[in-house]
Write a protein that binds this ligand. Structure first.
Ligand SMILES: C[S@@+](CC[C@H](N)C(=O)[O-])C[C@H]1O[C@@H](n2cnc3c(N)ncnc32)[C@H](O)[C@@H]1O
Length: 484
């Protein structure tokens, strides 16, 4: 395939569904009591899904397909030429007059498909235009708000739109998408009180089916006026007869395992800020320093001569996970957000000189968060960063493994921003906290909330949902604990 075609394929998220998978999905749908009068596929590509749906539901009186790509449309038209009720045409999802299409399609309506697998960031980087119109997102709710995000899946936008079409109608949406997108569109619809009767997610092997390494699924959502279900059964494969788990919405929050969470909801807090992320600096070559014999060397291989009291032992995610001690040190140009690196000019002149000599690199840090701060600033720093004792966890690894961290050579250890930490005033407090967060009740609580297939399942927000005071109270009374 030439570069132009590859670029177009990427911009249009063009991964055609293998006909065997389309047939499997439609057979699964036909195995239920579903009997659609009309079928719609808004991005039908070469038509394998539409064809499989028409075959699975021969009584449907109308089937419509649209796609942006005229070559695909032609292939689909040829394939469906023998179906008098089927019509496929060229259309851009973002500009088709869907209202007039939908009003001609009788209930029950089945919307099938496999919307494009691409993010707005990728489309942008290709200089492409396959995007919904951008709306200024501040304060906006709903579908318009998505376009304000720096990175979103085009399919999320399309699926939200599709679910909007089905609101107040009798119908089913059955689509292939990323599992994270399925959760996002369900969460949004649930929080908007959508009239959803049921939702199911069947995991599919995207590597096998599409050669794409993503967590993907078949999402089936049934709409029925008056229904208000806020739960979704998860099946491990398309052939699984019983769900492995059920996620859902609890007080506007999405929880991974509804049953487990119900049992532990008394441990759920709102708005605690005990867990913090480590230091964010975005310039490891300047701020991270190694000790070689008796000299300090930065990431550029240069010898560093700065005051000892601005340098702290550092742990990164892999150190925390592997139980290793500090291999590097972190230069902290400030010890809290109230301090400024500019103060170093007087308090630590060598460190100040070091910052000045690296100012080009530091001033070029890309993140916009640095723009409104004094030069050379870092983030995620405060008194909590410098307590001698902490409980820490890596946010990069997909496991709930906590570590008790004490001082190193008499100095508090600091963490990079891939780690989360809970500061403690003493070793005794750290012991108690460690016992609590590694207890079965705490583990079960977090497991009921965490989606392991997310990019970064463990976050400070997730960790802070556990009400440690409630947990401690329950542990003394013996409630909620599985015998530990
Ligand atoms: C993942 S493929 C799936 C194709 C087909 N639904 C299937 O299941 O085989 C996504 C399809 O979306 C089409 N597409 C991408 N952006 C579109 C847009 N803005 N409007 C209409 N179709 C679009 C692509 O041409 C491609 O055929």
């Amino acid at each position: 395939m030439n570069t132009k075609h590859t670029k177009q394929r990427v911009e249009f998220g063009d991964f055609q569904t293998p006909p065997s998978l389309a047939r499997e999905v439609c057979a699964l749908l036909a195995d239920t009591d579903l009997s659609p009068s009309s079928i719609l596929e808004p991005t039908c590509g070469k038509g394998s899904f539409l064809d499989a749906a028409i075959r699975a539901f021969p009584d449907a009186i109308s089937a419509r397909g649209f796609d942006y790509n005229p070559d695909h449309v032609q292939v689909a038209q040829t394939m469906l030429a023998n179906h008098p009720n089927a019509r496929v045409e060229c259309g851009d999802f973002f500009s088709v007059d869907w209202e007039s299409v939908l009003c001609k399609l009788p209930d029950p309506i089945l919307v099938v498909g496999n919307p494009p697998w691409v993010t707005n960031a990728t489309v942008g980087s290709l200089g492409g235009a396959n995007l919904p119109q951008k709306t200024n997102a501040d304060g906006l709710r709903g579908i318009e708000a998505i376009t304000g995000r720096s990175n979103f899946d085009i399919s999320e936008w399309m699926l939200r739109k599709t679910m909007g079409w089905l609101e107040g109608r009798i119908g089913v949406m059955a689509v292939l998408c990323k599992t994270s997108v399925a959760r996002k569109v369900l969460h949004f619809s649930w929080s908007e009180n959508a009239q959803i009767e049921s939702a199911k997610v069947y995991r599919i092997n995207a590597i096998e089916e599409f050669g794409a390494s993503v967590d993907a699924c078949l999402l089936i959502v049934r709409f029925n006026p008056g229904s208000r279900s806020v739960e979704c059964d998860v099946y491990e494969t398309l052939h699984a007869a019983i769900p492995s788990t059920r996620f859902g919405m609890w007080k506007n929050r999405i929880v991974a395992d509804v049953e487990a969470f119900d049992r532990l909801s008394s441990l759920c807090s709102d708005g605690l800020v005990g867990w913090r992320s480590g230091v964010k600096h975005d310039c490891s070559r300047v701020f991270e320093i190694s000790r070689k014999q008796n000299t300090l060397v930065n990431g550029l291989g240069e010898q560093v001569s700065i005051e000892a009291d601005v340098v702290y032992p550092l742990l990164k995610s892999s150190d925390v996970v592997h139980g290793r001690g500090p291999r590097k040190y972190l230069f902290l140009p400030q010890r809290s957000m109230a301090e400024s690196p500019l103060d170093l000019e007087h308090s630590a002149p060598l460190a100040w000189k070091y910052l000045l000599s690296n100012s080009d690199m530091l001033n070029n840090r890309r993140s916009s968060i640095y723009r409104k701060r004094p030069p050379f600033s870092i983030f995620g720093i405060g008194p909590y960063s410098l307590t001698a004792w902490k409980v820490a966890i890596s946010g990069l690894y997909k496991e709930l493994r906590f570590s008790k961290i004490g001082p190193h050579d008499g100095q508090p250890i600091v963490f990079d921003d891939t780690c989360y930490l809970f500061p403690c005033d003493s070793e005794e407090e750290c012991d108690v906290l460690y016992e609590l967060v590694t207890s079965s009740a705490a583990t079960d609580f977090w497991l009921s909330l965490v989606f392991w297939d997310s990019k970064r399942p463990i976050t400070a927000k997730l960790l802070n949902l556990l009400d440690l005071a409630a947990l401690a109270k329950n542990s003394t009374s013996g409630h909620l604990f599985r015998g530990d």
